[in-house]
Design a protein. Structure first.
Length: 323
């Protein structure tokens, strides 16, 4: 099943279709079968996404339709869809996005969901969320902004929260000041679901636990724990063991608060720093990256109040625990 159709999920320059799946407005198709124009269709009867695309894009080859799915140009209710066998129900909105003038998202950065109010991306490790004094071009924010300009989209791109440069996983951005305020209010109220996967050094003796302390952020230096109630900000991290091997443990980590480097500091406090995290005591680097991934992100849609929940699988680089 796909997420429910959000309000105003249609994009600009969309060719609409009637309930039978025939095109009312037809975009030009190149001889190669490349789909230039955007298509939007509201499902009237149950079926698969592949069947729907076969009707909508009857003039295109099956190979072209597979390429559209693989390239992230097909969305159902605003969410990127890649499986032709996905089930559709009446009311679902299927969109095939128009080809953009140029590819502006780098390899590894995936747009998972987009509508008039929010954008959710899956960030690779090594990419900044926003600019620093040393790096202003290679950031998620810069790439999304460039993409909006290339598409001649009126949408803005506004920061809601951040993810460590060395970590990978899910981030949400707002497309309007109102959406930003509403999303940040959810973060402040601790109603946003944020679950991470982390591989730590050593074997934990308990199956689960909670770390609570105050963190002092002297950016750009490391975050540290403090007993100073005036300067330190409360931070709470919940963890549970998913799998263990002789030298490492895979943890599911849930944030109650979201301070900078919070998970890294708290797991190091347990005596089990994250693999690849030399800044906070890690002594090994089996994956050649920080073994921290933002796995689940859930929040209430700022316009519809519908609960949205996104899951990013464990990166291939972290999938196999070393012995």
């Amino acid at each position: 099943m796909f997420p429910a159709a959000p309000r105003n999920s249609s994009s600009a320059n969309v060719a609409s279709t009637d309930g039978a799946g025939s095109r009312c407005c037809s975009g030009r198709t190149e001889p190669t079968g490349t789909v230039e124009a955007a298509v939007r269709y509201t499902v009237r009867a149950p079926g698969s996404l592949g069947e729907c695309l076969g009707r909508l894009l009857a003039e295109s080859s099956g190979r072209t339709r597979k390429q559209l799915l693989a390239g992230g140009r097909v969305r159902v209710n605003g969410a990127t869809a890649r499986r032709a066998d996905g089930a559709l129900v009446p009311g679902d909105v299927v969109e095939v996005t128009a080809r953009t003038p140029r590819a502006v998202l780098p390899p590894g950065l995936e747009l998972v969901y987009e509508d008039d109010d929010v954008m959710v991306v899956d960030k690779p490790a090594g990419l900044l969320t926003i600019a620093t004094e040393r790096e202003r071009q290679r950031t998620v924010y810069a790439y999304l902004t460039a993409r909006a300009h290339a598409r001649q989209s009126p949408a803005t791109v506004l920061i809601v929260h951040r993810l460590d440069r060395l970590a990978s996983g899910l981030l949400v951005f707002a497309a309007s000041p109102v959406a930003k305020r509403m999303l940040q209010a959810q973060f402040a109220a601790h109603t946003v679901e944020r679950t991470y996967l982390a591989v730590v050094e050593g074997r934990l003796t308990r199956p689960a636990g909670t770390v609570a302390s105050r963190l002092l952020d002297d950016a750009p230096g490391p975050v540290r724990e403090t007993d100073d109630r005036r300067r330190g900000r409360p931070a709470v991290t919940h963890w549970r063991v998913l799998r263990t091997v002789p030298r490492y443990t895979l943890l599911e980590v849930r944030l109650e608060t979201g301070r900078r480097n919070q998970i890294r500091v708290h797991l190091a406090r347990l005596g089990h720093p994250i693999a690849g995290d030399a800044a906070y005591g890690g002594r090994t680097d089996p994956f050649r990256r920080l073994a921290l991934h933002a796995h689940v992100l859930g929040f209430d849609h700022p316009a519809t109040a519908a609960r949205l929940r996104f899951v990013s699988p464990m990166p291939a680089a972290m999938a196999k625990l070393p012995p």
